[in-house]
Design a protein around this ligand. Sequence first.
Ligand code: AMP
Ligand code: MG
Length: 316
Amino acid sequence: MQTTLTDSVEEAARILNSGGIVAFPTETVYGLGAGISHPEAIRQLFRAKGRPMDNPLIVHLYSTQQLAAVAAEVNQAAKILIERFFPGPLTLVLKKNPAVPYSVTAGLDTVGVRCPQNPVAREFLRLCDSPVAAPSANLSGLPSSTNWEAVYEDLDGKIGCLLRGKPSAIGLESTIVDCSGAKPVLLRAGAITLEQLQAVVPEITANAATNEQEPPKSPGLKYPHYTPKASVVLWDGKEESRIENSSSAYIGLSSPPEGVAQLKVCLNLEEYGRELFRFFRQCDAEGISIIYCELPSSRGLGRAISDRLMRAAGIS
Ligand code: AMP
Ligand code: MG
């Protein structure tokens, strides 16, 4: 398949509206979209990514006016979160409207819904005939794509179109809150922090450790994620101050260990989040074999970064 590279939202929307799959920029990471009314495009999207069919897709809206078309019920907690954080890097899991096909929700009666803030994403979504189901635009299991070049590397020749935009401003996937049950639960940490969520809906809790006996609440969380080819080793700055490995790298906030070949010292958590996946991909391109990553504290944005690092290191 020929992948059209374009800067035109009109051209990208035309391709999606005629049943194509289109990668597009958002503030979290690049998304890979298919119209929810195009079942063949949805199937193709799972194939292009190599995504397991039981991992549901998040439905993207340009405006909260489209909410009624995808959700059957919006409870009080969801209303407050929408009012405060939409458009933005927050996905809500809600009871689904029957119009949303089960191929999008992987058979669940709930649907993940997000309204991105990135102006290119919003304009693209506005021109699409239906809401757009979109997982991250990377091969399944690899780090999410935070710039168009990474999408191209993974998906050229497998998708209809790549809408080029700027690098993602946040660089980490959306925060996910499940509002479909009696109590809202944080399923995935992201740039909207647990503290910010609890400031408006105090009863939100973080997802308890998954019980092996029960299916995971967010099916995608059981799969390996965010893993570069290099081994990811969590680094607390204590045990090793000198690394004797010429193909090692470091990313974090503190002073790095000596002797690493690639280095990214971030000024703050925002930069750490924005740079993490790009750095993983750069290390792979340069043949790095070990990436030492400083594990931040789990407060604020540190929770989302720690979550990605632990998964990349194969710890959770
Ligand atoms: P990605 O779009 O690649 O960031 O992955 C989307 C994430 O959202 C996965 O972890 C999914 O399991 C999760 N997700 C999407 N829809 C639902 C849903 N209805 N219920 C729970 N989790 C969901
Ligand atoms: Mg993903």
